[in-house]
Design a protein around this ligand. Sequence first.
Ligand SMILES: *[C@@H]1O[C@H](CO)[C@@H](O)[C@H](O)[C@H]1NC(C)=O
Ligand SMILES: *[C@@H]1O[C@H](CO)[C@@H](O)[C@H](O)[C@H]1NC(C)=O
Ligand SMILES: *[C@@H]1O[C@H](CO)[C@@H](O)[C@H](O)[C@H]1NC(C)=O
Ligand SMILES: *[C@@H]1O[C@H](CO)[C@@H](O)[C@H](O)[C@H]1NC(C)=O
Length: 630
Amino acid sequence: MADSGSGFMVLLLLGLVVVVPYVPVGCSRFVVEKNSLRVTSPDSVKGTYDSAIGNFGIPQYGGSMAGVAMYPEANRNGCEEFDKHNISFRSTPGSLPTFVLVDRGDCFFALKAWNAQKAGASAVLVQDSTDETLITMDLPEDEGNPDYLANITIPSALIEKGFGERLKKALGNHNQEMVSVNLDWREAVPHPDDRVEYELWTNSNDECGVKCDMLMEFVKDFKGPAQILEKGGYTQFTPHYITWYCPQAFTLSKQCKSQCINHGRYCAPDPEQDFSSGYDGKDVVIENLRQLCVFRVANETKKPWIWWDYVTDFQIRCPMKEKKYNEDCAKEVLKSLGLDLKKIEKCMGDPNANSDNPILKEEQDAQIGKGSRGDVTILPTLVVNNRQYRGKLEKGAVVKAICAGFQETTEPAVCLSSDVETNECLENNGGCWQDKSANVTACKDTFRGRVCECPLVDGVQFKGDGYTTCEAAGPGRCKINNGGCWQGSRDGHSYSACLDTKCECPVGFKGDGVKSCEDVNECKEKKACQCPECSCKNTWGSYDCTCSGDLLYMRDHDTCISKTGSETRSAWVAFWVIVVGLAMAAAGGFLIYKYRLRSYMDSEIRAIMAQYMPLDNQSEVPNHVSDQHA
Ligand SMILES: *[C@@H]1O[C@H](CO)[C@@H](O)[C@H](O)[C@H]1NC(C)=O
Ligand SMILES: *[C@@H]1O[C@H](CO)[C@@H](O)[C@H](O)[C@H]1NC(C)=O
Ligand SMILES: *[C@@H]1O[C@H](CO)[C@@H](O)[C@H](O)[C@H]1NC(C)=O
Ligand SMILES: *[C@@H]1O[C@H](CO)[C@@H](O)[C@H](O)[C@H]1NC(C)=O
């Protein structure tokens, strides 16, 4: 088989007996996971095309990648090293990465990818050789898996034959035309809500070559993120184990007895493909069942993540190589993790019973594809949100795939750490609105990219489309960058154009209130201080006005009036004039009384008294007498 195209688990030959995958072969559903491939230029091939993600290399789940397609001049199937043909795809600094287009056939898909990677390609596009619906490019299934498998890091995609022809035509004979291609994995995983359900179809067998080594490595590596995600309630993980069954006619054969439990119902291939030595398939099935029960029991106590501890510890402490792959060793591990042995034994049931084991029965039923997920026939298989993961099982890549399964903005912090994702907001602010001066942006980094959403800052909600405009709205908006309105200060005076609902230049200024407010020259524009006595001097934001003479400028009335101070003084003067006048009148009255009245009375009394006695004062009397007698 030149390339293992169908991706179907090669049926394992166990002597004469075929252990049949539980999934019926004839009507099996194998779902090809696709990412979208977009050609952005030239116009002749512009468009979006499906491409099938290969089962090796590292697809950028949740991300996308832009590059330039190139069809090599020689070694067009990519089966030889490109170095031999003096061909390199290494892009020079600043140029776009190269996506190499190769023809299908003549060697493993994985080898084509490996050769392209070694020559510096960033991705490999394999053109299908026949007109058919896309298939998944799988790993070589043969024994002695080549060791480069684990080293393939570039993503790979199979494209339809017809599309490949069009690409080649566009590229011309010597790749004269630049064909820009964008590989996009952002929609490769459904992302309906804030929890990701994922399952790993795994195996406790640790002796199956590169594939098993990669799986063991992955489980160890991924335990950390898996437990963080599970403990945080971000994910719901379920482990699964594939079993096969022994065809009815062979249940009593030696082979089926050594590979199966429950009378041929649940089987696993012999780990070393050698019945006479080492462990049997039966041992693998039993350990798989134990691991399933560990999960069940741990899940009941609401600590499903203990499964990861158990499987990694078992792998380290009980390897087949050291002949410790057995029940005794498993019990040690269970005890050290504080798991209830009795519950686990009860869950496992009797492997010799001629009846169904409910746990394994469920597993077999689960192998059959449902909804968007195809049948599980390849080990290991990772299913994220019911979509089969394609590509290398590698911590970073799988974290990306899981993170791609969260609804925008609900992804946990692990997804947004810098080693997992790129912050799209760092470059050009993700194309979203921003106000640099206020350090406010509408760009929210998410795992698959970014969203442009007007932010809430210090309790003030911004409103707008998030791309070109966001404006702080409502009360308090002036707190943030002055509500986007103009403000200025000069000579110790500050002015702002921010109002609760709009920007408006304050009195003394004119302008749009946003970018500028300019001082109004009240003097020149005859806005104020125009009375004849007024003399006007413009200031920033206002004006000074003085009046000639001793007149005073009344700002409220924009007029000059006589000084209010002199009026007050005259009132006081008048007051004193009155007071003094009154006092003088009183004094005058008194004097009149004193001299006129008294002299009159005196003379009257004197006259009367004079009639009765001689008076001393002669001088006065003659005056008076003389008057009378004169
Ligand atoms: C590759 O280049 C070297 C020298 O640059 C030359 O000697 C050799 O013949 C070339 N090989 C091919 C296949 O073109
Ligand atoms: C693959 O990578 C490992 C570790 O980086 C290295 O030891 C090994 O030689 C590589 N294999 C090949 C075929 O390059
Ligand atoms: C694990 O527990 C959760 C709820 O606690 C349940 O919904 C889920 O079905 C359980 N999984 C298995 C495999 O029993
Ligand atoms: C802008 O705000 C972000 C978070 O709100 C902060 O991390 C960053 O340091 C700020 N930058 C400046 C220049 O103030």
